[in-house]
Design a protein around this ligand. Structure first.
Ligand code: ARG
Length: 458
């Protein structure tokens, strides 16, 4: 039965019904829909808008429906959307009294309430997945505090960095994602219920009571806005896009660093794949797929933004298009974070290969320039002198740490014996003791700050 068929003479066409329906995907909202309906029914009883006994029968009926869906004994099918399904089932189970549930309510405030409750739960789930993952990152950083790898800019060796500091970079990104989600949750957790179709209701409802029952922080302030606002969806999708962007970058590093050419890390066999033709291949399908799926979540966000553009106030059916991007982005993010985390836990880190690579490619040239400038040479001149030394090395096929003191002094007489100490990858990384820098001490302190921020999330 349709919730609105009274006004019509003829039934809708089958293809119109099929096109219009949302039950096939919004059934995911069954738990939040029923929870919100129980709160609404409670409020209707408490305020005397419907008799208390009716309210209680409705609540019992709704609890039974929830239990049966949970247990899989009640198939969710045969209605226009989840709201119609729950109401139809209620009426078929408890009779006429079930028809009172929708008093002082519209599907417009109902669906907005459901989606907010759903996204609130989803935010909590994603924050907890990220929490576990960042914890692993910090543990790995702690274990590798002595390890040095090349830091890159333009994907060319730049300067040696501490591996813990490198991992801290990703912890910072994912922590920002967690903090962003937590902040977004404040704007999600505002209750539209009580706005009805768009204008509010003439019944003496108690919105404070439903707010309390549903653990919302606030009540929406304008019913027209409340039924049409989906900023919280856009913001949530943006937060999820951020997670995927960061994960995708980590995947890109993983794909590079586990290649033969780099050989820094190794993905365990359990998370590697082979080739159907090339027997020698060990492919990084998992990080590649995650990198690919990042595009999908960006699509969920941008597609949704396009849906919202130019919608007239208040509710429009276009808004039914809000759910699939939410579900898709949520599943993608949860799957990707979980599988990457599992893969990362089994990853081998080849400290020696990372350290050896860190010393190559004149990665300590800045240290030579800094050395000169600490001895009074203006940095610009120090840069030029070091450039000459690098050119000298390239011409002779030498590394900076292979030069004799004499070779240094041939270019500038400011060099003294202690220059040989500054061209090693370890001393280079250790020299950068500025806050947030790559010395062991700085990386350790940064790690403590990360752990303190993590504590906030329990
Ligand atoms: N399935 C609809 C949606 O997702 C529920 C709200 C329908 N409201 C309406 N006025 N037709 O948006």
């Amino acid at each position: 039965m349709k919730l609105w068929e009274g006004r019509f003479d003829a039934p809708t066409a089958a293809d119109a019904d099929a096109f219009n329906e949302s039950l096939s995907f919004d059934k995911k909202l069954y738990r939040v829909d029923i929870t919100a309906s129980i709160a609404h029914a409670t409020m209707l009883g408490e305020t005397g808008i419907i008799p208390k006994e009716d309210s209680e029968r409705i609540q019992e009926g709704l609890k039974g429906i929830l239990k049966d869906i949970d247990e899989g004994t009640l198939p969710v099918e045969g209605a226009e959307d989840i709201h119609s399904f729950v109401e139809n089932t209620l009426v078929s189970r408890i009779g006429e009294v079930g028809k009172k549930l929708h008093t002082a309510r519209s599907r417009n405030d109902q669906v907005a309430t459901d989606l907010r409750l759903y996204i609130r739960g989803s935010i909590d789930r994603i924050i907890s997945l990220l929490h576990a993952f960042v914890t692993t990152l910090t543990m790995t950083a702690h274990e590798h505090i002595k390890c040095i790898l090349p830091g890159y800019t333009h994907l060319r060796k730049a300067q040696p960095v501490n591996f813990a500091q490198y991992l801290n970079a990703y912890s910072e990104m994912f922590l920002r994602d967690m903090e962003r989600l937590e902040d977004c949750r404040k704007r999600v957790n505002v209750m539209p219920l009580g706005s009805a179709a768009l204008a509010g209701t003439s019944f003496p409802i108690d919105r404070e009571l439903t707010k309390k029952l549903l653990k919302f922080d606030e009540i929406s302030n304008c019913s027209i806005d409340a039924v049409s606002d989906r900023d919280f969806v856009a913001e949530y999708l943006f937060c999820l896009t951020g997670v995927m962007l960061h994960l995708s970058r980590l995947c890109e590093d993983t794909i590079l660093y586990t290649s033969d050419e780099f050989g820094f890390w190794e993905i365990s066999d359990a998370y590697s794949t082979g080739s159907s033709i090339m027997p020698q291949k060990k492919n990084p399908d998992i990080p590649e797929l995650i990198r690919g799926k990042c595009g999908r979540v960006i699509g969920d966000l941008t597609g949704f933004l396009a849906t919202m553009k130019a919608l007239p106030l208040a509710y429009d059916k276009d808004l039914q298009e809000d759910k699939e991007p939410v579900f898709d982005a949520e599943k993608t993010v949860c799957d990707c974070v979980s599988v990457f985390h599992a893969m990362f836990k089994g990853m081998k880190f080849n400290s020696e290969a990372m350290y050896n690579a860190a010393g190559l490619g004149f990665s300590t040239a800045t240290d030579v320039a800094d050395y000169l400038s600490k001895k009074g040479v203006p940095f610009r001149d120090a840069h030029a002198i070091t450039g000459k030394i690098v050119r000298y090395c390239i011409e002779r096929g030498k590394a900076l740490n292979e030069l004799s003191l004499k070779e240094f002094q041939d270019v500038s007489d400011v060099f003294e014996r202690d220059v040989t100490g500054v061209v090693l990858a370890r001393t280079s990384a250790e020299a950068r003791n500025s806050v947030g820098g790559s010395s062991q001490q700085a990386a350790r302190k940064a790690l403590i700050r990360i752990r303190n921020r993590l504590k906030h999330f329990g």
